[in-house]
Design a protein around this ligand. Structure first.
Ligand code: FAD
Ligand code: NAD
Length: 157
């Protein structure tokens, strides 16, 4: 099976966009990700999938903690920055929650301890045990067929 056809097919699944963040000593690191899923309510667990070649992998292994910042529709520049697509010239603001960085003004954030991890093919799944959350009003940034977009709810009569 061709990689491009696989990616085009996965790209038919519309998602939000997140930035994964962690901190090792004073070194804050961020990475754009859309492979994010809610897993369990009791206990509260989420999962992310990180490419085994990503710099983020060893950083989460070292820190044992990470945050997921769900981006709002006005934060495409932040997604592009943390995907290495286009540098954001006016810088990035982080806040610290129990010493874990989050993206300032994200639509929502979940802050986790690493509960478990599994190497699965060329990615590693991290299961996060959520210990802090935040959310604000607003609309999400979306990703569909390899393109950014926004969200339009369908109004039913
Ligand atoms: P690097 O390439 O080292 O860093 C990414 C960028 O962030 C660099 O430009 C770096 O300068 C900047 N940066 C990092 N930390 C800071 C900081 N503290 N302050 C300022 N800038 C900083 N990959 C996956 O593995 N899983 C996914 O689920 C996933 N989903 C994606 C979804 C979308 C919509 C896109 C566009 C990409 C996705 N990627 C995903 C790809 C991933 O974002 C890139 O391959 C990324 O560059 C790999 O991260 P890295 O840890 O190697 O970071
Ligand atoms: P794309 O067409 O590559 O992405 C469409 C979909 O394919 C993604 O939403 C994801 O579900 C899947 N996908 C893409 N790359 C993957 C990978 N390496 N492993 C597993 N699934 C993958 O979109 P694009 O605009 O060309 O992406 C920009 C860059 O970000 C590419 O280098 C892409 O590989 C990377 N990316 C990686 C992941 C991931 O690792 N899970 C997810 C999205 C994008």
């Amino acid at each position: 099976m061709d990689d491009r056809v696989f990616r085009n097919t996965m790209g038919k699944f519309a998602t939000g966009v997140t930035v994964i963040t962690t901190k090792v000593g004073e070194d804050v690191h961020g990475m754009t990700a859309n492979a994010f899923m809610s897993v369990s309510l009791d206990p509260k667990l989420i999962t992310i999938s990180i490419d085994n070649k990503a710099n983020m992998l060893e950083k989460i292994k070292s820190s044992g903690q990470f945050a997921v910042s769900i981006l709002g529709e006005e934060q495409q520049d932040i997604s592009m920055h943390f995907a290495g697509q286009k540098k954001k010239e006016d810088g990035i603001d982080f806040d610290l929650v129990h010493n874990v960085p989050i993206v300032r003004d994200a639509l929502a954030t979940v802050v986790c301890d690493v509960h478990d991890s599994h190497v699965v093919g060329d990615h590693t799944l991290f299961i996060g045990k959520v210990f802090e959350i935040s959310l604000r009003d607003g609309n999400p940034l979306t990703f569909y067929q390899g393109k950014y977009g926004n969200y339009a709810p369908v109004e039913y009569a």
